[in-house]
Design a protein around this ligand. Sequence first.
Ligand SMILES: Nc1nc2c(ncn2[C@@H]2O[C@H](COP(=O)(O)OP(=O)(O)OP(=O)(O)O)[C@@H](O)[C@H]2O)c(=O)[nH]1
Ligand SMILES: [Mg+2]
Length: 461
Amino acid sequence: MSAPLGARLAGADVVSDGDTIAAIATPTGRGALAIVRLSGPGVRAIAHALLDPVPETARRATHCRVRDHAGVVIDDVVATLYLTPHSFTGDDLLELSTHGGLVAPTAVLAAVIRAGARQADGGEFTRRAVLNGKLDLLQAEAIGDVIDARSSAAHRAALRQLDGGLSQRVGALRSRILDLEALLAYDVDFPEEDDGPVPRGRIQGVADELIAALDALLATGDRGTLVHDGALVVLAGGPNVGKSSLFNALLGEARAIVTDVPGTTRDAIEAVLDLPGWPLRLVDTAGLRETSDVVEQLGIAASSRYLGQAAVVLACGDDEATLDAARAALRERTTAPVITVATKGDLIPKREQMRADVVVSARTGAGLAELLALVERRLSEQHGEAAVDAPGLTRARHLAAVSAAGAELRAFGAAWRDDVLPATVAAIHVRAAAEALGELIGVVQVDDVLDAVFRRFCVGK
Ligand SMILES: Nc1nc2c(ncn2[C@@H]2O[C@H](COP(=O)(O)OP(=O)(O)OP(=O)(O)O)[C@@H](O)[C@H]2O)c(=O)[nH]1
Ligand SMILES: [Mg+2]
């Protein structure tokens, strides 16, 4: 991991609530190994109480027996000790590779807790790493994203964020805002001078440049959130035209139920399709039609909701009439680009007569690659190429912070230009802009921001 920005910003002092926390860091279930992780000031004492031999040298794998309080051997482990501040959390940290399965890791964790540790909360290890300046908040969030990634593109984006690229970009902007604040302070110190020591136009120019830079960063959020979450691609059209069959064929597995009864799909079904460029959230929906069946009506309402959020819609039909009906129904329900898809291509005698962007057959697989290429092309036309390596924003939290900073600078710029506010008052907007970015990186540690970021972390991370 490159530059630990958090360490530079927050100071490298190690902070800890004094507790030693412990958790099983691997998922429950049958497997070769599991990891019990503990961190805090009591790590070495617990190691002395339980391990034989006691690992003394940092960062060296030591094969030891674990004994419980009664001296009974409960597992054979490989222990690795990390000493403060050179550990993931910044505190002393011990990782025990135990045997897998249910019993061994649970018994080792119980012994560790009996020896003085307490069960860690979800994300508590990473939270300590942030509080100790080992990671900043964007990097901590990236760890969660690496673990939760549902596509290789989202995984790559998370690794880039973990590398600190986004933190550096946001940190650099924040420094420039702080410089602007300093320029203003200088101006305030010499109020008697007519034009001030810093020309008004120069301050205006700096503010304008910063607004443009924040806008450029904000513009990465559209593509970033699409890669992070997957671009929503909705299959829509009348009943029985072959939407679920196409959905299954694209996924390469039988996820949705297919029958020759119209109205088979009742609820929207979602799956991730991990394409090399854009990851897709593919959604199969209930066929759009007038119906008195309450369950089917609910399904159709769900289809409409998805259509409202779609990045691309596939209008499916198995003949001219159903294609026209799909086009018409979608005109009212979505503003996303629509690709018309003629389904059941194996049954169409003369393909060239179908007025559709692409002809596919779920049965033979014909046209599927062409359809996916078309989806990717539409997404790139709308949102720019997917595989751009520049660091960008990926979450609503990022977008909110950067747009708040932009709004504050705009408010400052307006007040400054019209000379309506004294410099000291106008400077409050500049300070607020810097604070919004500080909160984003975690330089300004607000408890509920930390809570929001770590809420969804797993225990042991
Ligand atoms: N020959 C052929 N038949 C297909 C193809 N795709 C679907 N079908 C048939 O068309 C019928 C309807 O397919 P579904 O995939 O359930 O259609 P749907 O649009 O999901 O229908 P609803 O869920 O009822 O809206 C089934 O009998 C499928 O076997 C295809 O590519 N070729
Ligand atoms: Mg269906």
